[in-house]
Structure formats: C-alpha cells, structure tokens
Design a protein around this ligand. Structure first.
Ligand SMILES: *Cc1c(COP(=O)(O)O)cnc(C)c1O
Length: 492
C-alpha cells in the first residue's frame, strides 16, 4: 500500500481553530488579570521535574500539549509583565505586540532581502527610528536581537572604519599598532564582551572612572587617550553611555562627541534604554549629543515596552556600515532584476551579522502606528515622574536613603538605621529584596554602589501606577523593621 504523504498542518482544521481561539482568549484573560496574581513565584520542584521527561518519540494532541503549557509553564513567569516588576532592566510587552508576533510568525518571512514586503516594513521602522533620535535620512540601521547585538554591531563598524587597513580580511593580528577604545566604568558588560568578540580583547576597552553622578570623568578620559597615544597605541573608538544600567546616569554626550572628533575616534552611544528619554522634550537636553553618535545602540524590548527580542543600531555613515558587513558575491545569493531575488541591491541582512532573519519589525511597526510616538513619549515621561515620586517618598522616610542621584528612571536606595555597620545594612537590604520577591509583592534587584549594597528600582513598566510605589515603600519599611527586630533578637 502506498503511504500517504504528510504535512505538519492540523489534521482537523476546525478542531484546531477552536483550540486556537481558546489560546487567544486565555492569553487575553491572562494579560487582563495580571494584577491579581503574585509578581513572581518559584517553580515548584514537582513542576521542574516534569521538564526532565524523555524525548517524545510519538506525538500527542495539540490540546493536551497546550493544557500542559497552561498548567505548568504559564503560571511560573519571570514576572516582568506585572505592574510591580522593577528588577534589572526589563520590558512588559503588550497584548497588541503579542498578537503582532503571531501575525509575523504566520507570514514567517526570511527578512534577508528579496522582493517581498517585510524588508520594506523594516526599512520604514529604521527610517522612523532615525527621525525619532535626530539621525540624518541617509544614515543606515538594522533591527537586531537587543542592546548587546546592537553594541557589537556598532563596534564592529567602528573597528572596520578606523583600523586604517582591511581588518576584516587581515585580522587584528596584522595591525601595526594595538587598537584601543574608551568607555566609562559604568558601561554595560556587553561592551567589553564585544571588544573580546572583535579580537581586540576586553582590556583594550579602557574603563574610565566616573564622577559622583556616575558619569564618565572627562579629565581621566583625556589622560587615558594621551597616555595610549604616547605609548604608540591606536585609539579608535569612544563610547558614551546614555542611561547606565546601574543608576540611569547619562554621560556628557556633547563633550564626548567633541573629544571624539578632536581625536578622530568613532563615537558609539549605548542608549539601550536611555534613548527613549530623547522623545520627551523636557528630558532631551540631558541626552543632547546623542544624535552626533557615529553609531547608536538601543532596544525596544526594555523601555520601548515591546516583548523580547528586538533592538536596533543606527549608523550615521551607511557606507561604513555596509563595508563592515557586506559579504561580497556569493554564488547562491545572486541578485536579480526580476522575480523573488529582485528588490534593492543591498539586502537588509548585509547590514548585520545574521543570515536568516525573522520579522521582528512587524511588532515595532504596529506599535508605532497604533500608539504614535506621542503616547510612547508620555509613557516614558510617566515612568520618569514615577521615579521622581519614589525619590520623594524615600526622602521623606527617615529610615530610607538614596544611594545614587536619580537621573531618569532608576532609583537606587536602601533601608538604614543609625548605628548599623555596612555589613549589617547589606544583609538587611539584601534580605528585603529577597522577601519582596518571595512574597510576590514586588521585584527589585540589588546592586553594589561604591562598596554599599543598594536596592535598585528600574522603572520601564507601562503598567505601574503611583499606588504601586507607595505600596513598595510601605513594604520595604515594614520588612526592614521586621528583619532588624529579628536580627536583634538573634543577637546579630
Ligand atoms: C540591557 C542593556 C544592554 C544590553 O541589551 P540586551 O538587550 O540585554 O542585549 C546594553 N546596555 C545597557 C545600558 C543596558 O541596560
């Protein structure tokens, strides 16, 4: 008997349609009722063990697998959708974006280039980004997985543009002088890692000390550049931080742009989340100079409120951008005038590291069109106002103190009591952070600030309301007193 040929489409479309509708209904209900659930809860060991089950050789029905998702996966998220999640730097995502991802996945285009509509959507998104962040029309850009990939892309262009020889072909070993770069001690770890990937070595990215407001110290920067020049090294790139991960501090970008042009350095700005403050008129002066960057890295999946993953890099000189990545001619990727292989000569993938690329542009495109830049700017401003509100709550509580100045949307603070040592303060504040998380009340993260432990509240959350911060402060104070009392009882 001849075996029938199979596909992976549903065996019964009607039955699958019912299930798909159920999925949509469940997911909308889930997003609508976020507030009623704890911010976070640990994965129970009995659930964790389910993920040690062996490779399924025989399949099962879609609805059984979906039920398993609903019962064992959905209830144990990281928590970043919740109105009181302020740990690390995360984004919430939106119901609209979740649907956009489904639409993109249904079309499932490979956004390499070709004569199809998806690259047009991505080019339009890139053009809108240039307009949002003060970049010239002739600049180029590409959507990437996030801030780390955007930083790596920017530094790869910097290396190719400033090496002074064909570094892509010859490699860094052929450089007559060691190439060095500069950024502040508060840089995100993805930047030294990018220097490592690019063969320059993470030590070649100099970590310049910061001032009391956690901004790069310009005198120290000049000293470091001069010392490297004197030692016969080749400075190629200066990195500015617009919104540091720890405190949200913004480097003096105008000054950095001037220093970069004085020494003919590539100027890269890591504005992973900080870029969004540029949309707010009142905040723009703080970021002045960002638009002068040769390359600008930012992401949509933190303060742009979209789901993971999507970031972007813009490059002022599109030819330098293309020269850093284009692959020359490849036999199986001939460009044609007509047919599917037609379209623009430079496929979008030639501006980045990926071969096959997903349609991450669609969720950005739909969000920008639906909310408009004005609404996104209002959300960003709302978060900055909430950070300022939290600051006033902290300042008016005798048992709380700020640990760093609040520049944008990040508040570093701690519980304190007179007479407690640094070590005791560290233990108590660390315990507050963990208990807040374990009780499902709120998620903050902790960080080290000049030898002190600080609770870090990073507000990139479109669902937070003022009342959430009042609750946070009340809980932190209550927990602080409770922990203090119990350590005193224990003689600690
Ligand atoms: C998060 C972050 C990055 C890295 O971005 P990912 O999207 O996590 O790869 C880079 N720089 C800063 C300042 C960040 O906050």
């Amino acid at each position: 008997m001849r075996r029938e040929e199979e596909s992976l489409d549903p065996e019964d479309w009607e039955e699958f349609r019912q299930l798909a509708r159920q999925m949509v209904d469940d997911m909308l209900a889930y997003q609508q009722t976020l507030r009623e659930r704890p911010v976070w809860q640990p994965v129970p060991p009995v659930v964790a063990r389910k993920f040690e089950a062996p490779l399924p050789l025989k399949g099962q029905k879609e609805d059984e697998v979906y039920r398993e998702f609903r019962d064992r996966i959905l209830p144990f998220p990281l928590g970043n959708l919740h109105p009181r999640f302020w740990g690390w730097v995360m984004g919430n995502g939106t119901p609209l974006a979740a649907m956009s991802e489904m639409l993109a996945s249904v079309m499932n285009p490979n956004v390499v280039g070709f004569n199809q509509v998806a690259p047009l959507v991505e080019w339009q998104v890139i053009n809108w980004c240039k307009e949002m962040f003060g970049y010239p029309k002739r600049a180029s850009g590409i959507l990437v997985t996030g801030g780390s990939a955007a930083n790596l892309t920017g530094l790869a262009v910097a290396r190719a543009a400033k090496a002074g020889y064909d570094v892509r072909t010859k490699g860094v070993g052929a450089s007559p002088q060691r190439m060095v770069m500069y950024g502040s001690a508060e840089m995100h770890f993805s930047l030294p890692r990018a220097a490592d990937f690019l063969g320059l070595g993470s030590e070649s990215l100099r970590r310049i000390p910061v001032d009391a407001a956690y901004r790069i110290d310009l005198n120290e920067l000049r000293k470091a550049i001069e010392a490297d020049l004197k030692a016969g090294l080749k400075p190629i790139c200066l990195i500015g931080v617009a919104g540091s991960t720890n405190t949200g501090s913004v480097d003096p970008l105008k000054d950095l742009a001037d220093i970069a042009s004085e020494y003919r350095l590539w100027f890269h700005v890591d504005a992973a989340f900080g870029a969004w403050a540029y949309l707010v008129k009142r905040l723009r002066p703080l970021l002045a100079g960002m638009e002068r960057a040769d390359s600008l890295a930012f992401d949509f999946h933190k303060w742009g409120y979209l789901p993971f993953e999507v970031g972007c890099v813009l490059v002022r000189n599109s030819r330098a951008h293309l020269r850093a990545f284009s692959r020359g001619s490849v036999g199986y990727l001939q460009h044609e005038v007509r047919g599917v292989a037609g379209g623009p000569t430079q496929g979008i993938a030639q501006y980045g590291m990926q071969g096959s690329r997903g349609f991450r542009a669609l969720k950005v495109w739909m969000a920008l069109k639906t909310y408009g830049v004005d609404k996104i700017a209002r959300m960003v401003e709302q978060n900055v106002a909430q950070a300022a509100y939290l600051e006033t709550l902290i300042r008016s509580s005798a048992d709380l103190e700020l640990v760093a100045p609040v520049a944008l949307n990040v508040v570093c603070f701690r519980f304190r009591k007179r007479g407690l040592s640094e070590a005791q303060l560290r233990r108590i504040n660390h315990e507050i952070v963990v208990r807040l998380q374990e009780s499902g009340t709120a998620v903050l993260s902790g960080t080290d600030m000049g030898g002190s432990y600080a609770m870090r509240c990073s507000i990139t959350n479109h669902r937070s309301q003022r009342g959430d911060f009042e609750l946070l402060v009340a809980e932190v104070r209550r927990l602080g007193k409770e922990i203090l009392a119990s350590t005193r009882r224990a003689g600690g």
